[in-house]
Ligand binder design. Structure first.
Ligand code: SF4
Length: 320
């Protein structure tokens, strides 16, 4: 499981708007190993969806990947950001696919599910006969009865629609699936079912998964490694148990303290304040205005991400 599948090297993304430039992703390094589940967590606007889009070279105007490299280790190594449209067509969905945020509403309301799943395969070079045969199998893998293929989206519940999206993401047999807030619009019971299904897919199909969420508790039982993002940067990353039982960054600790608990004596603590405006220059640690451990240096110097042992990295002046 320690063989790298996708490596992200010092990636930077900006959104160039009329009056300002928003630095959404700022120098992120990240690695996804084969058959690994990686959680990327952080509040809305921290850059996690933008980061995920770089894995597929999907950042579009006014967004721009200004520097960095994405290397995909498939049968051969692929420098993703240098791919031309024909290369991208072979890479997207066949190597890496994505379940988009709000994708429950992405299904075509006037087309039956079978046709929608087949379209994905036909677009990526499958012949009609093979595509037709694979529909039942894909629906079964996503935890649905194959008879669902005859339905229109409005005939399905939210959880069923999201499972159809999982089937579509698996249609071209990718090695990596990125699930961007894939369960956000669902109730907690269906959320857990979808998470369990994704975990099973890793075990059955041997794929890697990236799970992007604002809810840190969702990745606790599923991820092997967790990256915590704040203000366009990774501020802490570690294997899941290390991160949950030995969190170091005050932001990670605050996120964990904000998880509701069934224990009577645990009070939920919100995180005061709001994330910084990424169109303005950041001086010092971006979390400083909200951090109860901030001291003078925090307001002057932005901390680097440093190793603190045990495969654990943190970006905070309290360490190193
Ligand atoms: Fe808090 Fe300072 Fe650490 Fe930032 S660097 S998280 S402000 S203690």
């Amino acid at each position: 499981m320690n063989e790298p599948l996708l490596e992200v090297k010092d990636i930077n993304v900006e959104y160039r708007l009329r009056e300002k430039v928003v630095k959404a992703v700022r120098g992120i390094n990240l690695r996804i190993n084969k058959k690994e589940i990686v959680g990327i967590v952080g509040e809305s606007g921290c850059g996690k969806s933008t980061l995920a889009m770089t894995f597929l070279k999907l950042v579009d105007s006014p967004g721009k990947i200004t520097s960095g490299q994405i290397i995909y280790h498939g049968k051969t190594d692929i420098d993703v950001l240098k791919l031309k449209p024909s290369g991208l067509r072979k890479y997207r969905w066949k190597e890496v696919s994505m379940i988009f945020q709000g994708s429950m509403n992405a299904l075509n309301p006037v087309t039956r599910i079978e046709e929608q799943i087949m379209d994905t395969m036909l677009e990526h070079g499958y012949d009609q006969e093979t595509a037709l045969k694979r529909v039942d199998e894909l629906l079964r893998v996503a935890g649905l009865n194959p008879s669902v293929k005859n339905s229109f989206p409005h005939e399905l519940s939210g959880g069923m629609k999201q499972r159809v999206n999982i089937a579509i993401s698996l249609a071209c047999e990718p090695s990596l699936v990125i699930a961007d807030e894939a369960t956000t619009a669902l109730d907690v019971v269906v959320q857990r079912q979808i998470m369990a299904r994704l975990l099973k897919l890793r075990d059955e199909l041997g794929i890697s998964l990236v799970f992007i969420t604002h809810d840190i508790s969702l990745v606790a039982n599923i991820a092997d490694r967790v990256y915590v993002m704040y203000a366009g940067k990774v501020v802490e990353n570690a294997p899941v148990e290390e991160l949950f039982y030995n969190p170091k960054h005050p932001y990670t600790i605050a996120l964990l303290n904000s998880i509701p608990s069934i224990q009577k004596d645990k009070k939920i603590k919100g995180i005061p304040g709001t994330p910084p405006d990424l169109s303005k220059p950041i001086k010092g640690c971006p979390f400083a205005p909200r951090c109860n451990k901030a001291f003078d240096k925090c307001h002057e110097v932005e901390p680097d991400l440093i190793s603190i042992g045990q495969d654990h990295e943190v970006s905070c002046h309290l360490y190193g």
